[in-house]
Write a protein that binds this ligand. Sequence first.
Ligand code: B12
Length: 220
Amino acid sequence: MSKEEILEKLKQSITEMDSDLAVEVANVALEAEIDPLECISEGLSVGMKEMSDLFDEGEAFVPELLMASEAFESAVKVLTSKMSIEEKNSTSNGTVVIHTVQGDIHDIGKNIVKTMFIANNFTVYDLGRDVPIETVVEKAKEYKADFILGSALMTTTMPAQRDIINLLKEEGIRDDFIVMYGGAPVSKEWCDSIGADGYTDTATEAVAMAKELILKKRSA
Ligand code: B12
């Protein structure tokens, strides 16, 4: 199989919600020594985006989205198993505390973002979903995080993103962290209005932005 065929098959394994196929093709990709990151961003993530779009058009439903995300995670497990061995000795790009905000249990997108950060050699602490504002701030301090990453999938839970920033300000530690937010209803305008440092609507762009922001911070 050519690289293009492998990427296409990885995408297909997600849109067909087929975990067995996802694992099988991930193994083929490893054997063919195709960059695991490319497999995730140009294969699996493309499939996940297609599933999200199908949902928005009323052509796919929640159980299908969940099965697709299971296939996604099974393939990522295979793809990153080799990477972790290769990259054992390399330095972390930064420490990340990631969560889904208080009151919100949607974590499919958060898990994709987490996967991409782990795959790009960040040290990631996943606090889970429905995480109280105070816990996010406490854990960010405890882990000496460079980044606070937060996902919100409902308009009713977005205000928790603002409250986290306000709590950081109250404690006088706002500038200790790079705060990036995302999730379907979240926008750049919202993030600017609450004083977040970054917003992207895909996990791949989030990694690129994080690398840029930390470089800027370290050279400031
Ligand atoms: C799957 C789903 C569920 C699943 C969640 C399973 C799970 N483990 O996550 C279940 C069935 C449990 C569920 C429950 C509910 N849901 Co729901 N759900 C969805 C659905 C269909 C898809 C969300 C999803 O996973 N998308 C796919 C992922 C890959 O996309 P994503 O999260 O946007 O992530 C990408 C980007 O946004 C970005 N990103 C994400 N996070 C971050 C973070 C950072 C830092 C960055 C930079 C980027 C980034 O990168 C990701 C990958 O590229 C959406 C509809 C939609 N179109 O969003 C409704 C939706 C979010 N749900 C909704 C609702 C109302 C609910 C419920 C309240 C329903 C109910 N009455 O019980 C409950 C919520 C309970 C709660 N307290 O949270 C509404 C929210 C409406 C609103 N107020 O805004 C939506 C929009 C559906 C609708 N149209 O009404 N839901």
